[in-house]
Design a protein around this ligand. Sequence first.
Ligand code: ACM
Length: 636
Amino acid sequence: MKKIFLIFGASFLMLASIAQSPKISIIPQPVEVKEGTGTFVVNASTKIILSKEDASIKKVAASLNGEISAAAGFALNIAVGSRLEKNAIYLQLLQTPDAKLGDEGYRLISSANDVTISANKPAGLFYGVQTLLQLLPNEIESQKVVKNKKWTIPAVSIMDNPRFAWRGLMLDVSRHFFTKDEVKVFIDDMAKYKYNRMHFHLTDDQGWRIEIKSLPKLTEVGAWNVKKTGRFNFFTPPGDDEPRDYGGFYTQEDIKELIAYAKDRFVEIMPEVDIPGHSLAAVASYPELSCTPGKYKVNSGEQFMNWYDGGFSAMIDNTLCPANEKVYTFLDKVFGEISALFPFEYIHMGGDECAKNFWEINPQIKELMQREKLKDMHEVQSYFVGRVNKIINSKGKKMMGWDEILEGGLVEGAAVMSWRGMKGGIDAVKLGHEVVMTPNSHVYLDFMQTDGAIEPPVYASLRLKKVYELEPVPDGVNPKMIKGTQGNVWSEQLFNNRHLQYMVWPRAFAVSEVAWSPKTTRNWNDFIGRVEDHFERFNFANRKYAPSIYDPVIKAKKNEKNTLFVDFDSEIDGLDIYYSFDNSFPDNYYPKYAGKSIEVPVDAAPLKLISYRNGKPIGRMMTITIEELKKRTEKK
Ligand code: ACM
């Protein structure tokens, strides 16, 4: 009896203390979190006190106030002062730098009476504020006022700073155009998760998205293609009479506005002009830039490249001609205007996936090779990259490119973005180049997140767990040469902003934690708990995310007698998986997967399966044909 009382009493106390201190669930995980006791409550009389009159601290305070007033319906008074008062949030720029914090780190100390965020630089204060917002109830993300809510902050002491200086997301606005307002929302979300680099993929075969005043056709012609619906790369080729009115571009004023918007959120924007391949939009605008005379159209998603194991070729010459001086005059204008717009130190020149099959048969290229003593197509591209580097440097900027720029030799001072796995990055570091690790094995956020049976089909699959497993610094590589990492959001198959959000989140939670948190604090199960808490925040924010972690993983195999079996698994613990082979919709009264291979009945209709947690459906109903299962057993 006594024992029962003790257990009962202890659990009651535990519940009471849970009720008192709200759960701490921060992404990316801070370096050190020490929980205290009690809670601070933000109310209409809470003040924000700034340690000094300073425009950037004021902006940080205004951003905190913006979030609070949207959800709570009241704004906090902002004052300048050197002393912490009761019921105040103190934003303190340190007079004597704290070596542990660097340029972006912060300390956050909250108690029942007050909150102090201190940092060496305004960026640190901003990240402290992002953490503070994550300590508030999930409803703080609401875009409508939430009534009768107590805006509590648990007592806590946090010390935090980022592992990497480069924490990026790349947004491809060429394959599909996203409006200025949509890009702003993308930046808002990046900033909340402490990203600081937006790589803006502004040009490609499907669209040129930035106004270049001296080259107006780039946006009069190059920004537009034919709207198609369905699966990219499989569209019927557009007819000459179909309107080319799908797409768009950013004026230089729009770009300035986006740069300023990002800067207020401590995000730098790096522009990418993808050359010499991926240049059909430029060539359609100015056909004289091609080695191959002809009429060109901006691609609308119809096939124009052949991809095969170990290589590719272009059916239409989508490259700028390295043997044509007009190309370098063109690029001087493009990079001149771009350098004047973007304050960021790097310009990305692409350099990836350049088909050489038209160059191989071109007399101008042959002449160039003889003149410059270039022995193969890699060296032709390397000559081009060298010329581009000179142009970019002449504008006071440094050049970055995809890892193909290493082929044929790379000029000193250029930085490399390693995308075909980590190898390009490792090779680049050995040659003395700085690297951003963006391997397609781990951070390609355009890839499917769950089974291809229920996802819009794209090139490959990449589950959240794999993203979380990325280690950007390979063994034996000088860590100082790895600037950081970034998730790449290619948009071939992203037809609207909701689907963009679905593809980015939650995988961008994982990239942010890889980029920010110490390697030693990473813990998958703990991360998943926080991901689920942040789903709640996204629900309040009306942001879409993929619920793929709840979808079962399906594995098919055959035995020596050719009998088909399936097994199920899941990325997260605690799921029950129910299934049927008769095309009816399984629920928790159906057979449950018990961890042993299931023999597929010979006459089975499609396999249907669904996951439950604690007796409630949580995954999506999945259907997969028996033919597809058999096909999977044949794959290596
Ligand atoms: C790339 O994915 N082609 C850089």
